[in-house]
Design a protein around this ligand. Structure first.
Ligand code: NAD
Ligand code: UGA
Length: 473
């Protein structure tokens, strides 16, 4: 079975970059990415490649190369479905905000809508690929909807979860650790569908890195990978608090444990807490699944990863308040960074939002600077804060395009994202412009404590306690 035409439903952080790379690596395949969000599609089609809706290093170059050749962005969903041999579903699967499973389960309404639309439009056999992250056994619901169209069209359902991380999406797609494809290995048609997708990835991914499994293993492996990764961050963050109390240094501890080849050195950076659209949502989903099978101990075990992460964000803002003499009311505090990690413009679940919420509740004035996040997005993010309505928060939270202006006349600076440019700032100049004592809270551990203290800052680094605590006396 040779695939000549691919459609991807959902032109977001996954659909856009993934399809760009497939189009680049498979010039003989016509790839159409569709979305109901017209503004998003317009942005993907923008002549100015700096205006693409997703910022990812290397993405604009690939889009420039293949867009209009074999990569197309469109709002004509039905047409793209009809023309495609293979359809990727890459729509959002957020946490439910209503009804049963509210605040925990994945909301599958967008997935179901896609399945129904495919069922309605398709006139010939298709392979449908789950690219979105889904609860284990979702494929059976999709199959049920597709198989009940009554028009005799045959569908093969594959699970092909995406493991890219934002900020490194293009590298992750070009050189994946593995590609996972789950399918129905019990019948010939299922096997053919798996092979068709293997062929696509095989254009650039070594065959030994393409794993094929049954559908349920594939769906569950995605949730498991995210749970393990998030658990590592919560584990190192838990240790960072012990370090601050005892005089141990989390950076030394990370290095020491990371050299154990069984533990490995990646994902051991203590931080103000993990963010991003998926870790929290996927773990909550896992907790929900465990609970729905009555596996309460399993559910409690994974829920603790989220509890620890919330604690880390709260204790960072608590520390700012207590260090600034127990009041930040009317004080100007600058935030360096709003994105949930560097090299992305994505702010979903960013730790900065929770820290801002806590400080706004304490009536602080916040000055935000992020190299890639637009003012509009930041105001959107604070619309639903618990602290105050947006009309009021807008008075207390200002967004700056110049970091030095953001940091002028502040009582404190908080680093929320690890953007490289923050390391290069003229920190002497920043210090001169601040109220004294000049407090600097490094939630990403990117600056040098000795150097900052030499300049005159009162410097707090996540995972480092008071130096007087380190002597043996
Ligand atoms: P996103 O919100 O950026 O994009 C999803 C897009 O789907 C939106 O533009 C939305 O308008 C569109 N959409 C929703 N319903 C539609 C419909 N019926 N027809 C057409 N378009 C529709 O989401 P994302 O970050 O790309 O994530 C998509 C999925 O991939 C999620 O399940 C997520 O868990 C998973 N995932 C995300 C990442 C990541 O880094 N963001 C990584 C791996 C997996
Ligand atoms: C994560 C996974 O890494 C991807 O494999 C997965 O595909 C994706 O989720 C998804 O399913 O959405 P992403 O959230 O884009 O990718 O970025 P990560 O690099 O995993 O970082 C997540 C959060 O953890 C960020 O806030 C980051 O700053 C934080 N983090 C990460 C730490 O605080 N310390 C670390 O050592 C690593």
């Amino acid at each position: 079975m040779q695939i000549k035409s691919i459609c991807c439903i959902g032109a977001g952080y996954v659909g856009g970059p993934t399809m760009s790379v497939i189009a680049k690596k498979c010039p003989e395949v016509r790839v159409t990415v569709v979305d109901i969000n017209e503004a998003r599609i317009d942005a993907w089609n923008d002549k100015n490649y700096n205006s693409l809706p997703v910022f990812e290093p290397g993405l604009a170059e690939i889009v420039a190369e293949v867009r209009g050749e074999n990569l197309f962005f469109s709002t004509k969903v039905d047409k793209a479905i009809e023309e495609a041999d293979m359809i990727f579903i890459s729509v959002n699967t957020p946490t439910k905000t209503y009804g049963k499973g509210k605040g925990m389960a994945a909301d599958l309404k967008y997935i179901e809508l896609c399945a129904r639309q495919i069922a309605k439009v398709a006139k010939r056999d298709k392979i449908v690929v789950e690219k979105s992250t889904l609860p284990v056994r979702t494929a059976s619901a999709i199959k049920d909807i597709l198989d009940n169209t009554g028009n005799g069209v045959q569908f093969q359902i594959l699970s092909n979860p995406e493991f890219l991380a934002e900020g490194t999406a293009i590298q992750d797609l070009l050189n994946p650790d593995r590609v996972l494809i789950g399918g129905d290995i019990s019948n010939k048609k299922g096997e053919e569908a798996i092979n068709a997708l293997v062929e696509i990835y095989g254009k650039w991914v070594p065959k030994e890195k393409i794993l094929t499994t049954n559908v349920w293993s594939s769906e569950l492996s995605k949730l498991t990978a995210n749970a393990f990764l998030a658990q590592r961050v919560s584990s190192i963050n838990a240790m960072s608090e012990i370090c601050e109390k005892t005089g141990a240094d989390i950076y030394e501890v990370s290095r020491a444990i990371g050299m154990d080849s069984r533990i490995g050195s990646k994902f051991l950076n203590a931080s103000v807490g993990f963010g991003g659209s998926c870790f929290q949502k996927d773990i909550l989903n896992l907790v929900y699944i465990a609970k729905s099978y009555g596996l309460n101990e399993v559910a409690d075990y994974w829920e603790q990863v989220i509890i620890m992460n919330d604690h880390q964000k709260n204790r960072f803002s608590d520390n700012i308040v207590s260090t600034l003499y127990n009041t930040v009311s009317g004080k100007k505090i600058a935030f360096l960074g709003w994105a949930f990690k560097k090299n992305t413009n994505d702010t979903r679940e960013s730790a900065a939002i929770k820290v801002a919420d806590n400080l706004l509740s304490e009536q602080a004035n916040l000055a935000i600077y992020d190299p890639k996040v637009k003012e509009k997005q930041i105001y959107f993010d604070i619309e639903n804060l618990e602290s105050r309505p947006i009309s009021e928060n807008k008075k207390y939270l200002k967004v700056f395009e110049d970091p030095y202006k953001a940091m002028e006349n502040t009582h404190g600076i908080a680093i929320l994202t690890e953007w490289d440019e923050f390391k290069e700032y003229d920190w002497e100049k920043v210090y001169q412009q601040m109220n004294k004592p000049a407090f600097l809270f490094d939630g990403r551990g990117i600056l040098d404590k000795k150097e900052m203290e030499r300049i005159g800052f009162v410097y707090y680094k996540i995972g480092l306690g008071d130096e007087s605590n380190t002597s043996l006396k």
